[in-house]
Design a protein around this ligand. Structure first.
Ligand code: NAD
Length: 250
């Protein structure tokens, strides 16, 4: 059990990478608080493991989000997984796209970190994991302007927190996946197919074709990295962006 008795919080735990990571944390012995706006998804997640505790919340309701952390006496791991993909290049991006990307992809992390850091410092340490993306300062990806700006900010946020608290037992790392199988990916593929008058199979094939390994990633592969960063095995790792993209950005 690599996370035995650790108290973990995962945002966007209802589906995709957040869900896979929540399950992996629970299976490694952690008590996991799963947060998501989708209550039905949380209920089905809770049914999968007794170590999973759920809290339905809109992370953009800042006050309620910060208040959630007050009820935790201890927190060992914060996995800020929530994020939203805005499509479009700079000319196609609206101010609303920019604002929502900033609010959900960056500010939720800021608020969560402000809420947990005093507890982590008081208990002598903790691991913060922030979901970035290969589409960020790692790699320029077409039609991902607002998204990439926000995910690059996540890397800056991560490195800054890591530098400020490195002597106090706090570790902070970012995960930068390439394209990963998830419900939202399939929604994006369907939208793109409609917009480009293509079949879903054609658009999916185009996603796969840009992958050097000839396949996209699995949520379980990202969850395995999230377990490592949460565990004491990664005690010497902080301030990093862990690129996990099947060689896409290489
Ligand atoms: P997803 O996008 O399919 O699911 C996101 C979850 O977030 C959903 O359960 C949704 O209900 C929840 N959510 C959305 N808005 C919320 C809000 N305001 N409050 C609370 N919950 C909210 O999951 P995914 O594709 O695995 O993506 C998870 C993270 O990984 C995101 O940050 C994403 O940017 C990042 N990422 C994903 C990929 C990919 O290809 N899937 C690649 C790189 C990075």
């Amino acid at each position: 059990m690599r996370l035995k008795d650790k108290i973990c919080v995962v945002t966007a735990a209802g589906q995709g990478i957040g869900r896979a990571s929540t399950l992996a944390y629970a299976q490694e012995g952690a008590q996991v608080w799963a947060l998501d706006i989708n209550e039905a998804a949380l209920q089905s997640l809770k049914a999968e493991h007794e170590n999973i505790h759920i809290h339905a919340i809109n992370l953009l309701e800042t006050e309620k989000f910060s208040q959630f952390f007050e009820k935790l006496d201890k927190i060992d791991v914060l996995f800020n997984c929530a994020g939203w993909v805005a499509a479009g290049d700079v000319l196609a991006s609206s101010a609303q796209d920019m604002q929502k990307s900033w609010d959900l992809n960056v500010m939720t992390m800021f608020h969560a970190i402000q809420a947990v850091l005093p507890k982590m410092l008081a208990q002598g340490g903790g691991s913060i994991i922030n979901m970035s993306s290969a589409a960020s300062s790692v790699k320029g990806v077409p039609n991902r302007f607002a998204y990439s700006v926000s995910k690059a900010a996540v890397i800056g946020l991560t490195k800054s927190v890591a530098a400020d608290y490195v002597t106090q037992g706090i570790r902070c790392n970012a995960i930068c996946p390439g394209t990963v199988e998830s419900p939202s990916l399939h929604e994006r593929i369907a939208e793109q197919a409609k917009a480009q008058n293509k079949t879903i199979e054609e658009v999916f094939a185009a996603f796969v074709a840009r992958q050097p390994m000839g396949r996209i990633g699995r949520d379980s592969e990202i969850a395995a990295l999230a377990v490592y960063l949460a565990s004491d095995e990664s005690a010497f790792t902080t301030g990093t962006c862990q690129v996990i993209d099947g060689g896409w950005s290489n």
